[in-house]
Design a binder for this molecule. Structure first.
Ligand SMILES: NC(=O)c1ccc[n+]([C@@H]2O[C@H](COP(=O)([O-])OP(=O)(O)OC[C@H]3O[C@@H](n4cnc5c(N)ncnc54)[C@H](OP(=O)(O)O)[C@@H]3O)[C@@H](O)[C@H]2O)c1
Length: 514
């Protein structure tokens, strides 16, 4: 496909408008998977792009007993395996001198006393001003213990407007239902001001997700037709090709609704459905998104049967390899009713979206890894080139690819060259990597930088987290009342159970082929 815009010269990364202050990043869960695969490679890429301050320290925490050199070795392996840009020996050797490790239990007060002493020693040695970011890359059950520990040790200074600052980043999921999310937010709110809390949803750092607002509000052609008069429906899909992997303990307690819909997919829906904010101020954007969550029609009681389909994968082929059925995976209860697939239909009840269904679909062990938002426009009238109702022309679709191959495409109908009038759908396709000549920064790079400069626009505010949990908790209660002993099934490597097709086909529509 030829890009609409010719490839540009490689553009230099613009310097951050707000300078990044020297700071200490404390990673609770520094020995874990997320730190190794995402956070440390993100820091390294920020360094290579000249976006990290030269005075900077990372203190990793974990239960494992590791030395600083052990931690640096794990960090290096993470960068080699997962960094967007390759490891450069000379830069790495200098960079790793900024990495330190401390072992301790999150629930033990000694951990915080030791952290305070170590942080102060490192900050003195590296002439750091005491700005601190606490990244909680740990199970959600430990969040409150860490907040209390930081508080009692005097490590969490409340925002005063003058330096040094302290900020906290919490990973999703914040809680597992409305009550637990509220409890975590209560404790965080006792220790930190809301302006210091950054609830991360890494989807909000992805290029295409950020581009959604630009597409909608920097182009005059979309906004006039971005409503129920012209849009037939919206599909939001987040598919994973992988099965469970090694995350049974987490996933058994979570399932697709909590893992994907509560955070990533509802955030995407907010960006598609929100009203134009009057500025890009973090709270103005977050207010606009919050309105969408307030307008979501609840799915309660028996409606869960009509509006949701959950299922589990069984034995099949994934990524060309045999995959075990979910209930046979290590660490999974053989009678588990945790959903590995979910399709649902919902409505945003306001003037703009009245009557427009949003179909959400997510799952594990599907035929490919792909995430996209597809906005399908209404059919044209059955006249001129669309006379035959049996063979309608395909509708226009604007599809935003979030991963892989970030970009967007617009399906339009064109004339086929020749002597007879024939029509055919064609796609105008735009790929970031082709047009801008450089790979997009990883979401965690952008989000870590946002925290360092104190920009919370791409983070979830407390009210949004609780509003989305309130909506999700209604569905969870409806499912509980169903008391299903077995969920519908789909073989690994297929697009979910037939019930998911029926959900959308009942409305005369079909899932997009990805
Ligand atoms: N991995 C991802 O791609 C991903 C993506 C999105 C969100 N998340 C979220 O990020 C968080 C971390 O995930 P992960 O995949 O990195 O998990 P993980 O590999 O299991 O790592 C958990 C980390 O927390 C530490 N830890 C756990 N309990 C502790 C305790 N009681 N006291 C002290 N340290 C403790 C572990 O230390 P030891 O290993 O030394 O015991 C380890 O460093 C989770 O909330 C997860 O939901 C992860």
């Amino acid at each position: 496909m030829i890009p609409l815009t010719p490839p540009l010269e490689i553009l230099p990364e613009p310097e951050s408008a707000i300078p990044v202050q020297p700071c200490t990043l404390v990673i609770f869960g520094g020995s874990g998977d997320l730190a190794r695969r995402r956070l440390i490679p993100a820091l390294y890429n920020l360094l290579l792009d000249g976006l990290l301050p030269s005075q900077f320290a990372v203190i990793g925490l974990g239960r494992r007993s590791l030395t600083d050199p052990d931690f640096r070795r794990i960090a290096r392996e993470g960068v080699i395996a997962h960094s967007r840009q390759p490891l450069v020996e000379a830069t790495w050797r200098e960079f790793e001198q900024h990495f330190f490790y401390l072992s301790g239990e999150n629930e033990d007060a000694h951990t915080y006393a030791a952290l305070k002493a170590r942080a102060e020693e490192i900050e003195r040695m590296m002439r750091l001003p005491g700005n601190r970011i606490f990244y909680l890359s740990i199970p959600p059950s430990s969040i409150t213990a860490v907040c209390d520990g930081l508080d009692h040790a005097g490590l969490a200074t409340r925002a005063s407007g003058s330096p040094p600052y302290s900020r906290i980043i919490v990973e999703k999921p914040v809680g597992r239902d409305l009550a637990s999310a509220r409890q975590i937010n209560e404790v965080m709110g006792r220790v930190f001001d809301e302006s210091q809390i950054f609830r991360i949803d890494h989807y909000l750092g992805k290029e295409t997700v950020q581009n959604l607002m630009v597409i909608r509000f920097a182009n005059s052609i979309f906004e006039p037709i971005w409503n129920n008069k012209y849009i037939d429906h919206v599909q939001i899909t987040v598919c994973e090709a992988e099965g469970l992997g090694s995350r049974a303990a987490y996933y058994e307690e979570a399932g697709a609704l909590r893992d994907m819909v509560q955070n990533h997919m509802l955030q995407l829906q907010c960006l598609v459905a929100m009203e134009p904010p009057y500025s890009l101020e973090p709270d103005v954007v977050r207010n606009a998104k919050m309105e969408v969550l307030r307008c979501l029609r609840p799915i309660i009681d028996a409606d869960v049967e009509r509006f949701t389909v959950r299922a589990q994968y069984t034995e099949g082929i994934g990524n060309g390899k045999p995959v075990k059925g979910y209930r046979l995976e290590k660490g999974v209860n053989p009678n588990s009713t945790t959903e590995t697939f979910l399709a649902l239909k919902c409505f945003v009840e306001n003037w703009r979206w009245s009557g427009v269904p949003f179909y959400l679909r997510t799952g594990k062990a599907l035929p490919k890894r792909a995430s996209e938002i597809a906005v399908q426009f209404k059919d044209i009238p059955h006249i001129l080139f669309n006379m035959d109702p049996q063979h309608s022309l395909p509708a226009n679709v604007l599809a935003l690819r979030i991963q892989p191959d970030e970009g967007l495409s617009l399906r339009i109908v064109s004339r086929v060259p020749g002597t007879r009038t024939q029509t055919h759908p064609v796609e105008m396709d735009f790929r970031y990597s082709e047009v801008f000549g450089r790979p997009s920064p990883e979401a965690y790079e952008r989000l870590l930088l946002d925290v360092m400069i104190g920009d919370a626009s791409r983070f979830m505010r407390r009210d949004a987290v609780e509003a989305s949990w309130a909506w999700i908790t209604d569905i969870l209660k409806g499912w509980e009342a169903q008391q299903l002993l077995r969920l519908p099934e789909y073989p690994a490597g297929t697009w979910g159970p037939p019930e998911a097709d029926h959900l959308i086909q009942r409305d005369g529509r079909s899932w997009r082929i990805l």
